[in-house]
Design a protein around this ligand. Structure first.
Ligand SMILES: [Zn+2]
Length: 284
């Protein structure tokens, strides 16, 4: 089952392609799957051909191509999208959905077997990304900011952390890993955490994302080929294997319709809020 690249994978792709694309002029663009382009393939072509790519960056799980006239192209890989770099003479890879021709002969390909990927052009990057939540590796993401977001909601931790409008860039793998490292159960309610637990979760989110970037992301299938983080995961995809902390077999469960992996000993629901003991008078 292909899975969507998350923040560390998209960041790795951006770091790989930035030196190839920045400062290059786009001399041609063609889409072979019109539905993946917004507002339309023709509109994207008109907007970007002749422009120079000033900067390649990332926002949440989007690859952002900033152009020299202020316009931006957002690329979302979704389930099976990937970028490939090809010189004109190269053999064509499979499932090519869009092609950028660059001055000097380089060619960027967007390949996507399942056609869920999206390419959209915007004149205002700010407006186009206004609905996205905070970037977890930016300085503005502090434990205090996370506490504010958690405490004003009463949602389970896992779906809350997957919600791109709150914290941007996390997906199934890194949420499971962060919750394990913080010792928190994915169904714990966000407003039931105590401040030290929030501080631990904040630290765990940043640690796991930084480690993912350092290891060039997680490779679980052929879509995303270059990472090694899969060798260092502590719970995700390790059902039945011993917890690296306590030896208990890792358990798979479903939380908010998502496959979820936990250690049932290291991650307990409402760990810090032990049920109150009944008053002595009520005891038999
Ligand atoms: Zn454990």
């Amino acid at each position: 089952m292909p899975r969507m690249p998350e923040l560390p994978e998209v960041e790795t792709i951006v770091r790989k392609y930035a030196p190839l694309l920045e400062g290059r002029r786009i001399v041609g663009f063609a889409s072979r799957w019109a539905k993946n382009c917004s507002p339309s393939a023709a509109a994207v072509r008109r907007a970007i051909v002749g422009r120079t790519i000033q900067r390649l960056s990332r926002r949440a799980k989007y690859i952002v191509m900033q152009l020299d006239d202020g316009g931006s192209l957002l690329v979302h890989l979704r389930m099976s999208g990937r970028l490939e770099w090809a010189q004109r003479s190269n053999a064509k890879p499979k499932h090519v959905r869009a092609v950028w021709d660059l001055a000097g002969g380089g060619r960027l390909l967007f390949c996507d077997a399942r056609k869920f990927g999206r390419i959209s052009f915007t004149r205002s990057l700010e407006a186009a990304t206004a609905g996205l939540g905070i970037e977890p590796l930016n300085g503005e993401f502090t434990a205090r900011v996370l506490a504010r977001e958690l405490e004003r909601r009463a949602r389970q931790l896992k779906p809350l952390l997957l919600d791109q409008s709150i914290v941007a860039g996390l997906g199934n793998i890194y949420v499971d890993e962060a919750l394990f490292r913080a010792g928190l159960h994915p169904t714990t309610r966000s407003n039931e955490l105590e401040r030290p637990q929030i501080a631990r979760l904040h630290r765990a989110i940043r640690q796991v994302l930084r480690e993912g970037i350092r290891r060039n992301g997680t490779t679980i299938d052929w879509i995303y080929p270059s990472g090694t983080m899969q060798n260092y995961l502590r719970v995700y995809g390790r059902t039945g294997e011993p917890c690296r902390r306590c030896g208990t077999p890792i358990v798979a469960l479903r939380v908010a319709q998502r496959g979820t992996h936990i250690c049932p000993v290291c991650q307990k629901v409402g760990k810090s809020r032990e049920p109150r003991r009944p008053a002595k008078s009520m005891m038999p």
